[in-house]
Design a protein around this ligand. Structure first.
Ligand code: ADP
Ligand code: MG
Length: 346
């Protein structure tokens, strides 16, 4: 690493930084099938099973706002977003360790509330919370969760396996978590202006819940296993469909065409986007935090997903020189670009 020159983090962004760390930290052991660069690291055991390891850090003021985030939901979410990375490898989570950094602003009861949410999620995904670390913080609450899971060398799904002509699939619907966040932010501003006002969230329950208490799509991973459906590549949607599709294409060395009219959106997301004068397509592409799965399958597997209630086929894989594009409803072919979240933008 070059230590004599100062490069601003904002110049290379989060993904640029990760690329540099990846070069700096080559894997030493031959048992490491995947190091930095996928949803989880993959380590081979003596048989054909593999261990999956992933970690995610949630910081107050960056990832959550305690003005409208119940601690129980936050606990649930911190587990679910980690399990989602194991789902994205076509794996099963088994163990969790949790580190928390807190100030004396929090009572014992408040921390128990956080852990009640974590416990609920651990029960829902059948994982055991087996340890962690506790420390003090001077700048808000921090929650670091590490998850361990497993799968086999045949089943593990990398970002890098997409092949030309594969179908591109997505689970659930897109953009709801982002619109839920817009509603929560709006209600917070209303409350700050007039604390007597009651929040108007009742008719926005679905999208608010998608923001506050997302689920990892372990149900779809299980369903794919019973259908004997092996994804050729997979990633979970944490930063937005556009950003994740670009990751799959870059890692697989391919291009892609997707279709606006195939993208799944809940009517509440669509209507709320319009209410906020936002373009529903932009929200679906760049919304983020949906924790749905984006994956590719061989065309010969189409029948397995055709009538699946939780899976939409949104396009297909092309060669790299075709680029990554979307056919909009007006039949325009537009390049897909990632707005994503650059944490280092000031
Ligand atoms: P995800 O959105 O699936 O959690 P990230 O974009 O956070 O994935 O990370 C992509 C890859 O970069 C992962 O393999 C992750 O382990 C690795 N990574 C991220 N930050 C660091 C870091 N500070 N040091 C080493 N590896 C990192
Ligand atoms: Mg991920």
């Amino acid at each position: 690493m070059n230590t004599s020159k100062r490069t601003e983090l904002s110049e290379i962004g989060e993904f640029g930084l990760i690329d540099r760390l990846k070069e700096f930290l080559p894997a030493k052991s031959e048992t490491i099938l995947k190091s930095i660069g996928d949803d989880a690291a993959v380590v081979k055991n003596a048989d054909n099973t593999v261990q999956l390891i992933s970690t995610d850090l949630l910081m107050e003021g960056v990832h959550f706002d305690l003005a409208y985030t119940p601690l129980k939901h936050l606990g649930y979410k911190s587990i679910a977003v980690n399990v989602s990375d194991i789902a994205a490898m076509n794996g099963t989570p088994s163990h969790i360790v949790v580190g928390i950094a807190l100030s004396n602003r929090f009572s014992v009861e408040a921390i128990e509330e956080l852990y009640t949410g974590m416990k609920l999620a651990c029960d829902a995904y059948s994982v055991d919370l087996v340890g962690g670390d506790t420390t003090s913080s001077r700048s808000g609450l921090g929650i670091s969760v590490t998850v361990v899971g497993n799968t086999t060398t045949e089943k593990v799904a990398y970002r890098s396996g997409a092949k030309i002509n594969d179908l591109i699939c997505v689970t659930g619907d897109l953009g709801a978590a982002f619109m839920g966040l817009q509603v929560l932010e709006r209600e917070k501003q209303v409350y700050l202006a007039n604390p007597d006002m009651q929040p108007e969230l009742l008719d926005k329950e679905y999208i608010v819940q998608r923001q506050l208490r997302p689920e990892a799509r372990m149900d779809v991973v299980k369903s794919m296993q019973s259908l004997e459906l092996q994804p050729s590549s997979m990633i979970d949607i944490s930063d937005g469909l556009a950003s994740e599709l670009l990751h799959i294409c870059k890692e697989s060395g391919v291009g892609a065409y997707i279709y606006e009219d195939k993208l799944p959106i809940d009517p509440m997301t669509f209507d709320t986007a319009r209410e906020f004068e936002l373009d529903p397509l932009t929200i679906m592409l760049n919304g983020g935090e949906d924790y749905e799965l984006l994956f590719t399958i061989a065309q010969s597997d189409y029948e397995k997903v055709r009538n699946h209630p939780d899976i939409s086929v949104i396009g297909y894989i092309k060669s790299a020189d075709e680029g990554v594009n979307i056919y909009t409803k007006g039949d325009h072919l537009v390049p897909v670009t990632a707005q994503g979240w650059n944490h280092f933008k000031s």
